[in-house]
Ligand binder design. Structure first.
Ligand SMILES: Cc1ncc(COP(=O)(O)O)c(C=O)c1O
Length: 441
């Protein structure tokens, strides 16, 4: 007689439950993606799958579609890689996974230079700023920060905390500093580093990196070029070697499509040399490259190593996310983000609305910051969208915060049209604005 639960339903049989829990271990078990149904081999006992899986695009419980500029919606396989059994962070299996993940990062950042050094640390995107500020710059050294919004202000604050002498070239909301003024600033002072926020998530302003880097190399060749790529890596092109960048810091939860909790970065041989040449020790402990560089190198060489405990579950999720990303040419991924972005921006224009990033050449492809009509308040439109199961974010640029909303369009929401996320969100925006009394003039 099967045991009955309080509700009267018989519990799953132990083998069935075990099989579900350990499905990531069975090589012939289908990866649970939106394509699961098509991929189901005939040998699979479908009665073991969660009931929703055979009926729906995703096995995740029904939930509002998260279309903020990070965290983003997860692919099922990425999410399920986190339900990995516990394992030693210095055991051979996990060390191999970590090592492969680091090597895949080289491909994501498009660097084949063996001197480039990837880091994956437990923490969020902000930790990347600390990594830069505490290792690559010494107290009293000059840094030029290109100010394009809330996040470049944060990068500047972080640099100051560690004693850098920061000069900010600030643009008006929705704009970015232009090359002639950057050239002027670079020729007036010798800067140890210049920082640029590739996509400032507060405004959706995209900074161009290739010509910027060429300018810095021409005018101030010793200056390190350090990029905040938190809202750009994996949705905007970044050619680390080709553009001669010295550092790109990012996080797991945006276009990479992994749960939040990992600071991910790549530094050039030149940046690592600048770290080696420091006259003073790094002013941080957890974020010290002194403590982490050999750990990362050991992991990549598949040798166990320890400085502080990583999160094996998050590393598994990142491994799955990067495997998926690298399964197609990166150029295709960027083109798909660009196409979705163009469609969304056209829909915004058709509604008679303006974007915060006014110049089409300076608009991000993974998010859109949309000015609200005068008559519509954030406090009305965001709940109206939520009722339609679509979650957008409010504004955060301090000068205009209440006047706009942000629509994130990265990762699976863009790459898997069968989810219908983008079309649903556009329709929700149209209907929501109409419900708030807005009519195009
Ligand atoms: C461009 C940019 N930089 C840095 C950060 C900080 O990252 P986190 O919130 O993961 O610490 C964010 C967060 O949204 C961001 O968008």
């Amino acid at each position: 007689m099967p045991r009955r639960t309080a509700g009267g339903a018989p519990p799953d049989t132990p083998p069935a439950r075990l099989s579900l829990i350990s499905r990531h271990l069975a090589p012939d078990y289908p990866i649970n993606t939106p394509y699961t149904v098509e991929r189901l081999p005939s040998t699979i006992d479908t009665s073991l799958l969660p009931k929703t899986q055979t009926r729906k695009m995703s096995s995740q419980p029904p939930h509002p579609t998260l279309l903020i500029p990070g965290p983003i919606e997860f692919d099922d396989a990425v999410l399920q890689s986190m339900s990995h059994y516990s394992e030693s962070h210095v055991g051979p299996a996990f060390v191999a996974t970590f090592g492969e993940t680091l090597s895949m990062l080289r491909k994501l950042f498009q660097t084949s230079d063996p001197a480039s050094q990837p880091f994956i640390l437990s923490g969020s995107g902000t930790l990347g700023w600390d990594l830069v500020a505490s290792n690559l710059v010494e107290a009293g050294e000059d840094v030029l920060v290109l100010g394009s919004g809330y996040f470049s202000d944060g990068f500047a604050d972080c640099l100051r905390v560690y004693g850098a002498n920061v000069t900010e070239l600030k643009a008006a909301p929705g704009q970015k500093p232009q090359l002639p003024e950057i050239e002027k600033a670079l020729s007036e002072k010798r800067y140890k580093a210049i920082t640029v926020t590739h996509v400032d998530t507060s405004t959706g302003v995209l900074s161009e990196l290739k010509n910027l880097s060429a300018l810095v190399h021409k005018v101030s060749p010793d200056t390190l070029i350090l990029v905040d790529g938190v809202c750009s890596v994996a949705c905007e092109e970044i050619d680390f070697d080709g553009w001669k960048l010295d550092g790109v810091v990012t996080a797991s939860q945006k276009a990479i499509g992994c749960p939040a909790g990992l600071s991910i970065s790549m530094f050039s041989g030149r940046a690592m040399q600048a770290f080696q040449n420091r006259k003073t020790p790094p002013a941080s402990y957890f974020a010290s490259m002194k403590n982490w560089t050999h750990i990362m190198q050991n992991y990549e060489a598949k040798k166990p190593s320890y400085f502080a405990t990583p999160s094996p579950q998050l590393i598994h999720a990142l491994h799955t996310a990067l495997t998926q990303i690298l399964a197609s040419p990166l150029s295709e991924r960027f083109a798909l983000h660009r196409a979705a972005s163009d469609r969304i921006k056209q829909a915004v224009a058709d509604l008679g609305l303006k974007q915060v990033a006014g110049n089409p050449d300076e608009q991000a492809h993974g998010m859109t910051a949309i000015y609200l009509p005068e008559s519509v308040k954030q406090a009305d439109i965001l709940p109206s969208l939520a009722k339609k199961n679509v979650v957008f974010a409010g504004g955060i640029h301090k000068e205009i915060a209440t006047k706009y909303i942000r629509f994130g369009h990265m990762g699976v929401s863009v790459l898997d049209p069968r989810r219908g996320d983008i079309d649903r969100a556009v329709k929700a925006l149209q209907d929501g604005l109409a419900e708030c009394g807005y009519q195009k003039a």
